[in-house]
Design a protein around this ligand. Structure first.
Ligand SMILES: Cc1ncc(COP(=O)(O)O)c(C=O)c1O
Length: 435
């Protein structure tokens, strides 16, 4: 693209586009990337520069960009049935995908409700839990328990469960009340479990569900906790008759090693939310439910789940998701994760002794490094130091968007070994450079 055409796009964007989580004033001072195409683990700017996609485009492109089988599935589905409603109708992609997802999910999750994305999967799970309890004769079960540092999306219901203060603060007046338990990633998981158990047992008959990101709290800064916590939580929810909802929107599809992070703990939840990599590049989510939850909606018409989205079960997304599952099988994607994870673990651990590094951790295809906030400056998600690593990486052809002062890699699972080495080297150099 000619420089003038590129500049025109930037001008149009600055005039009209409202960007997510972005201060307009900061944006107007930023020279943006203008991405024209993406291939594998790389994004290509209109000026000809390529960038390694260090976060798999907000944690979605687990098979990389433009996987040929995914593109073929998209084209084939688009040429026959691009969309029809799922109300009173079924179609092959929706029916077969539901069966195939159930087959690979933790045991017992035999029912699939389709949504538009991760946030709406969470919204749906919240409503399923409330209506299911009410229809089983426990209408008083309306309270949700969620963790400090949790992130479950940005719709009002999902944000009510969220525990990252900076995302909650502007909307605090309208979010629904939620019982907030300490994160098991901080201060020891055994202590955190004692705390959540006390909160749940305080009034166990009022709890509709406990909602957690299994093993990794992504938006909190890739905080990792022990599987024993999740195992104990599953036993606790079962004991008090509450539902366990696991949010695998980020952690699913092999990000942490196994297909589902829940597998680290060997538990089966009542509801499981998926999204992101499920049907990349089509936005799609789903809630997988047990037959026991599903059966609470049997009976006359007014017992149906009163929930649905216009595009739910979209055939393009469903056809892609089927192909995604097939590629995971045929190309041994999870074995690739096991082979590559040690390089990530080693790279982040090598930064542990840097004076301005306050923590490092890794799991599967996730590696994170916490930087000490600038003296007197903002910290956490609003911290500035991680953005200096971002600028350093950008100059070296790597897109490394931080979570404030937490710098992390979360690349396509299929990234080649050479590209992974480059990504890690640039991250390590960047972290050292901002000392
Ligand atoms: C764990 C988790 N749940 C839910 C969501 C929301 O997904 P979406 O942005 O597709 O609505 C996210 C998004 O990052 C997430 O990380």
């Amino acid at each position: 693209m000619q420089p003038a055409a590129r500049a025109e796009l930037v001008a149009l964007d600055r005039r009209h586009v409202w960007h997510p989580y972005t201060s307009a004033d900061v944006w107007e001072q930023t020279e943006p990337l203008v991405i024209t195409r993406a291939d594998g683990a790389r994004l290509f700017d209109a000026d000809g520069t390529s960038y390694l996609d260090g976060n798999a485009s907000w944690w979605t492109a687990s098979l990389g960009h433009g996987h040929p089988r995914v593109l073929r599935a998209l084209a084939a589905q688009a040429s026959t049935l691009a969309h029809c409603a799922l109300a009173g109708i079924t179609h092959e992609p929706a029916a077969r995908l539901a069966a195939e997802l159930s087959a690979v999910a933790p045991s017992g999750l035999n029912r699939v409700f389709y949504t538009d994305n991760g946030s709406t999967a969470i919204e749906c799970a919240v409503k399923m839990a409330i209506q299911a309890h009410a229809q089983r004769g426990e209408p008083q079960r309306t309270r949700f328990v969620a963790l400090d540092g949790a992130f479950h999306g940005d719709t009002v219901g999902a944000a009510s469960l969220g525990g990252v203060e900076v995302f909650r603060r502007p909307f605090a007046g309208v979010l629904f009340d939620c019982v907030r338990a300490p994160s098991p990633a901080e201060g020891g998981h055994a202590r955190a479990f004692e705390a959540i158990e006390a909160l749940v047992r305080d009034d166990p008959g009022s709890v509709a569900a406990v909602v957690v990101e299994p093993i990794v709290q992504g938006a909190a800064g890739m905080q990792i906790y022990a599987p024993d916590y999740l195992k104990a939580l599953a036993a606790l929810t079962r004991d008090v008759g509450a539902l366990l909802v696991v949010d695998e929107v980020f952690t699913g599809f092999g990000r942490t090693g196994p297909m589902w992070a829940t597998e680290h703990a060997g538990v089966s939840p009542d509801l499981m939310c998926v999204g992101k990599a499920l049907a990349y590049p089509i936005p799609m989510g789903a809630v997988l439910a047990t037959d026991a939850v599903f059966d609470a909606f049997r009976g006359p018409k007014d017992r149906a789940l009163m929930y649905g989205h216009t595009f739910c079960g979209n055939p393009l997304g469903a056809a892609i998701a089927r192909e995604v599952l097939a590629v995971y099988r045929d190309e041994a994607v999870l074995a690739g994760v096991a082979a590559k994870a040690p390089a990530i673990a080693q790279a982040v651990a090598s930064l542990g002794a840097e004076p301005h590094v306050t923590g490092t951790r890794s799991l599967g295809m996730i590696g994170a490094v916490d930087l000490r906030p600038d003296a007197g400056g903002a910290s956490g998600y609003l911290g500035a130091r991680g953005w200096r690593v971002f600028e350093h990486a950008r100059r070296r052809g790597v897109y490394l968007r931080p979570l404030g002062d937490t710098v992390y890699v979360c690349p396509p699972l299929t990234i080649g070994a050479g590209d992974l080495d480059t990504l890690l080297e640039v991250m390590c150099d960047g972290v050292r450079a901002v000392a």
